[in-house]
Write a protein that binds this ligand. Sequence first.
Ligand SMILES: NC(=O)c1ccc[n+]([C@@H]2O[C@H](COP(=O)([O-])OP(=O)(O)OC[C@H]3O[C@@H](n4cnc5c(N)ncnc54)[C@H](O)[C@@H]3O)[C@@H](O)[C@H]2O)c1
Ligand SMILES: [Zn+2]
Length: 364
Amino acid sequence: MQRVRLKLGKRSYQIIVGSGILKSLGKRILRLDIGRDAYIITNSFLKKRFGRDLERWLSACGIKSKFKTVPDSERSKSIAQASGAITGLAGFDLARRVFIIAFGGGVIGDLAGFVASVYKRGIPYLQVPTTLLAQVDSSIGGKTGVDLRQGKNLIGAFYQPRLVLSDVSILSTLDIRQVRAGLAEVVKYAAIKDKVLFFYLENNYKDILSCRKDALEYVVGRCSRIKAEIVAGDEREEKGLRTILNFGHTIGHAIEAASSYRGYNHGEAIALGMLCAVRLGVILGLTAQGLEQRVASLLKKIGLPCRIKGLSLERIIAAHYRDKKFIGKKNKFVLVANIGRAKIVEDIPLETIKRSIKEVISPA
Ligand SMILES: NC(=O)c1ccc[n+]([C@@H]2O[C@H](COP(=O)([O-])OP(=O)(O)OC[C@H]3O[C@@H](n4cnc5c(N)ncnc54)[C@H](O)[C@@H]3O)[C@@H](O)[C@H]2O)c1
Ligand SMILES: [Zn+2]
């Protein structure tokens, strides 16, 4: 088991990573002294598979649970779902010491965190992430929110959980495409911050793809530590430190948006975005050439896409400029000089950006 502390003064919390640790959740909640009424936001698959055990383990610690299930996928990150969850929460909140458990992937984590941030101006919540992506990324750092028709994450708040409990044994039911998507974020952390993790991935990617628990625990622990350090230094993304977590995300988001969130999933789009970023770095003379090959070969071995298919350069560029982060601002890219060494570069000429994307697009 690994413990990582995210240091944020009074809002500090622990990230616990291990296998088979879900059963310890109740006793950890008692230690936090946040109440005995757990409102568990999850989906029907997870409730069916783990609900009875979870309820029993919590009840053994004197904690009452109420499940709120939301539909699968991004559709649940909506004001309508948030409103439904808040209404259910208010009905359950009779003893006045209710807290929320976000038991699901990034969608449920973002939604539940948002609900916790606004109900009674903020109640405690815990993240119990169940996808690889959520364990290495979205459950940590307190970014919560829901989407609007006009764009993703447009309504939200920075609101930190009181605990993150990542039980890697829960990941064994994930389908392989989801494991790969989570691994794209792991490659991101390794590329920007952790040479040792990068070597590890090159040598052990098969163990992770087959959900070997020791490999997953190592990787989730390592990524949690990196994210915790970065967030502790720049909680609200004001100092530029947290920006490096956007490696691959600038073009990645544009690829996701250009495919109307139906083609590539987030991790796949980020894999392509990282390839565009390393290409851009090579064109600008900032990225070592060998690095491009290593990143591409690792992504390929993992089974992530290495060529953009079915999207034109024009569509990707149009989506890039629609991104809320770029309106009226200079463009900003996270590039990597070498494995583990990220660099932020601003104001790159549009023609150079286009060239890098074009070179990652599959020839027709
Ligand atoms: N808050 C942040 O800092 C942050 C960071 C990155 C991403 N995100 C957000 O996270 C979301 C994506 O998260 P995600 O990739 O986890 O997607 P997700 O939550 O949609 O989960 C992916 C799929 O896996 C299923 N699932 C979850 N756990 C499972 C399990 N143990 N076994 C089998 N199936 C399981 C879900 O039902 C869903 O169908 C996006 O909305 C994104 O914006 C937030
Ligand atoms: Zn991401």
